[in-house]
Design a protein around this ligand. Structure first.
Ligand code: BGC
Length: 774
């Protein structure tokens, strides 16, 4: 008997079942009788946030998944995994909830920033490297969300209707690769339904395919609050219900076993997988939290994160070698220069030590552009202070029914989360108070659902903010309310009475929004005098977030007008786009260069500066095809019709399904040097195993090329089968070996795989084919 079997034999049915639902939002139950300590889980995938939703540990914020993926380099994905493992170890976290391996199906998907790519092979290969690196350091990885969870609209109920072939060839492939090549210790089942069956109870997918056919030996957990059944989910292969302590298992599962609806051996099997995870992640016996690892703001981490961000940035256009910049007088324009976006919204958010803005990092005159948000954010850390101690931040006071203070603390961010097990969870009322310290009047207000009283001086207002309809809306999209402007020195408070459930609460204090006309006038005046205007535009967490999808790819607010206005007066215009997922670029012909900066994490501005000046070559290649217009491409709408979202494009996802010329192809990226391709040779047996190609750096700078190999079968969509990254000095040449994966050279045909053959294309992105081998 193994130790795990002994532990199972030692527990009663209720004791076993208790372990199969979380103990809290991000932790599992310990059990002293078997020596099990509490497993701690944390999101993922771009930083280890820890067990709190807001206000938790300060953690490294990595470049987002698309920016990591734009390296086209498994070593970079491994570097991300290893870094996350160290961050987890420092925080006592056993399992990281990532990577996200859903695909970029429609560019409207709100959560694509968390996922690597539209291509299953690239996604799978990066996931393999990321998972291995985490687990090699003793931390569990959790590829998610299994399965067909490519958009957010109606995400907890939507039925993704996908034919088996498409599932096998496209959406399952990254999971299959992860399972075969990296053996993840956990996998997360998604919220949605797949062909009519809820993911958490999808016996065919979990029990038969994942655990049966693929031989997956890890644990399957539910997405948060996703499980809606008892026997069906337990019998379908789900091992762990998250979060807890409540949920549809517990006593109901005990009763289901007693009623004969679920075998006790099924419960034992779930527990065996759970205890195996605990064993793998070191949750038996004493926990070792390392304290000798570099801090998130240490020079080592900062340099590492700057490089990881800058190297993945992608040069989309570079007329007359406008980039890299060298010694010119630069004017930087745009709200994203001053408030650079380092990460997307939702459960992936972490609390970084800082986000270096582009304005801080570039030696240039900086001009704020136009408004980019419709909703106010919690106040910046330096505009509010605690009225009692004067410390920057806000005061949070918890009171009981009688109004007596239970506890009062200062927090240095103007936001807290109630209902996640924190210190004020049992309060009858929570008061947030602060004093304005800015030099100018600020618009003040509050964020969060529920009943509120707002007081400033002798003014008092009450307001009710309703909960958004989506699951977790009170956390993911807290509504806001603004009162009006308050003078510096004014004290104000917002009091909310107890409301069950998790919700984010915060204070607002911001400069009042200004008109686009004023913003554009100021920008063009400044751009006149410069050699180069760098206009920084982008999306915000209003678009790139969990919980909602976009409705357009257009940049929000007057940003397109700002770019055109600046381009019409500036000698040269460089646009930096601070976003993870495609945006429309109606001004593309008016500007000289475009740098795609992604969501660059905590060192954002420093990385953009390094990329613009060429200190680090922005050597990224796109991981998604960019549409020219809203509606273009093989899959667009993410709005279910009568609850159903049919994946009608089938296997023709992303570039595979484009029939017209997009704005930029998957794989596109110029870097800062020129590449010449020579002779090529294909090595094949029952599949293409590798392609060898002569390559020369014929530009005048060292650089990195990504040689991409595609297969174009006769009656099937073109698909990536391999790639290789190579760094060469100016003038150097080499023979590059591109390993090719057989798993995208096959077709799922009525229950079995058949090999595919066809033309081999060697390319720098599908818009720049260099060699075709018949
Ligand atoms: C997300 C998961 C995440 C979980 C825990 C859910 O809303 O879909 O990706 O890991 O929350 O925060």
């Amino acid at each position: 008997m193994t130790d795990v079997d002994k532990a199972i034999a030692a527990l009663s049915l209720p004791a076993k079942v208790r372990l199969l639902t979380g103990a809290a939002m991000f932790s599992l139950h310990p059990d002293q009788t078997i020596g099990l300590s509490a497993l701690v889980l944390s999101d993922g995938p771009t930083g280890v946030r820890g067990p709190e939703f807001t206000g938790g540990a300060i953690a490294c914020l990595l470049p987002n998944a698309t920016l990591i993926a734009q390296h086209w380099d498994t070593a970079t994905a491994a570097e991300a995994g290893a870094l996350l493992a160290e961050e987890a170890t420092a925080q006592g976290v056993h399992v990281v909830l990532g990577p996200t391996v859903n695909l970029h199906r429609s560019p409207l998907g709100g959560r694509l920033f968390e996922a690597f790519s539209e291509d299953p092979l690239l996604t799978g290969a990066l996931a393999v490297a990321y998972v291995k690196a985490l687990q090699d350091k003793g931390i569990g990885a959790t590829p998610k969300h299994f399965l067909a969870n490519e958009s957010e609209t109606e995400r907890t109920t939507v039925n993704s209707v996908v034919d088996e072939r498409t599932l096998r060839e496209v959406y399952l492939l990254p999971f299959e690769m992860a399972v075969q090549d990296a053996h993840p210790w956990a996998i997360m089942a998604s919220y949605n339904r797949i062909n009519g069956v809820t993911a958490t109870e999808h016996r065919e997918l979990i029990e038969d395919l994942l655990k049966g056919e693929w031989g997956y030996d890890g644990l399957v957990m539910s997405d948060w609050f996703a499980t809606t059944s008892t026997a069906a989910s337990a019998n379908g292969g789900l091992d762990l219900v998250m979060p807890g302590p409540d949920g549809p298992w517990g006593g109901k599962l005990v009763a289901a076993v007693e009623a004969g609806e679920v075998e006790e051996s099924t419960v034992d099997e779930h527990l065996r997988r759970l205890l195996q995870l605990a064993d793998r992640a070191g949750a038996f016996g004493e926990q070792h939290v390392r304290t000798d690892l570099p801090a998130p703001d240490s020079p080592q981490r900062r340099e590492q994160l700057r490089r990881m961000a800058a190297r993945g940035m992608t040069v989309l256009v570079n007329r007359d070698s406008t980039l890299p910049l060298a010694g010119q007088r630069i004017v930087v324009v745009g709200r994203h220069a001053l408030e650079t976006i380092g990460q997307g919204g939702g459960s992936a958010r972490v609390r970084p030590p800082h986000i270096v803005t582009i304005a801080e990092a570039l030696d240039a005159t900086v001009v704020d552009g136009v408004e980019v948000r419709t909703e106010p954010l919690p106040a910046a850390p330096d505009v509010l202070r605690d009225p009692e101690t004067g410390a920057f931040g806000i005061r949070v006071t918890a009171r009981d029914e009688a109004g007596a203070v239970l506890e009062s603390r200062v927090t240095d961010i103007a936001e807290v989360t109630a209902g996640d097990g924190g210190w004020f969870d049992h309060a009858a009322s929570i008061e947030l108070s602060a004093e304005i310290v800015a030099t100018q009047p600020l618009e003040a207000g509050l964020r969060g659902t529920g009943e509120w009283t707002f007081e400033a001086g002798d003014q008092r207002e009450t307001v009710h903010l309703a909960e958004p309809p989506e699951l977790g809306g009170a956390v993911l999209k807290p509504p806001s309310w603004t009162f009006g402007q308050l003078e510096p020195g004014t004290q104000f408070k917002a009091i909310t009475t107890g409301q069950p459930g998790m919700r984010r609460l915060g204070l607002i204090a911001r400069r009042p929004p200004r008109s686009d006309t004023d913003g554009i006038a100021e920008a063009t005046a400044a751009a006149h005098d410069a050699d180069v205007a760098v206009v920084v535009v982008g999306l915000t967490q209003e678009q790139e977030t969990e919980g909602t999808d976009k409705t357009t790819l257009a940049l929000p607010g007057g940003q397109d007008a700002l770019v055109s206005a600046v381009a019409s007066v500036a000698k040269r215009t460089v646009v930096v786009v601070n976003a993870a997922t495609p945006v429309l670029m109606p001004w593309l012909d008016e500007v000289d260069a475009v740098l795609w900066a992604g969501l660059p994490g905590q060192e954002a501005g420093a990385a953009v500066a390094a990329a613009l000046t060429g200190e680090i070559e922005p050597a990224g290649r796109l991981v998604t095809t960019f549409p020219r217009r809203d509606g273009d491409g093989p899959a667009w709408s993410t709005t279910p019709v009568n609850g159903e979202l049919p994946y009608t494009e089938g296997t023709s996802v992303g570039y595979r399904g484009w029939t017209s010329e997009p704005l930029f192809w998957f794989g596109h990226g110029l870097g800062y040097t020129e590449w010449t391709y020579g002779a090529a040779r294909v090595e094949a047996d029952d599949a293409i195993r590798s392609v060898h190609v002569e390559l020369a750096n014929t530009g005048d700078r060292a650089g990195r090329e990504v040689v991409q190999v595609y297969l174009r079968p006769e009656h099937e969509p073109v698909r990536l089968i391999g790639w290789a990254g190579v760094e060469l000095d100016a003038g150097a040449r080499t023979e590059v070996e591109v390993p090719c994966d057989a798993r995208t050279q096959r077709r799922w045909d009525n229950g079995s795989w058949r090999p595919l053959t066809g033309q081999v294309l060697i390319a720098r992105g599908l818009g720049d084919l260099r060699i075709t081998v018949r």
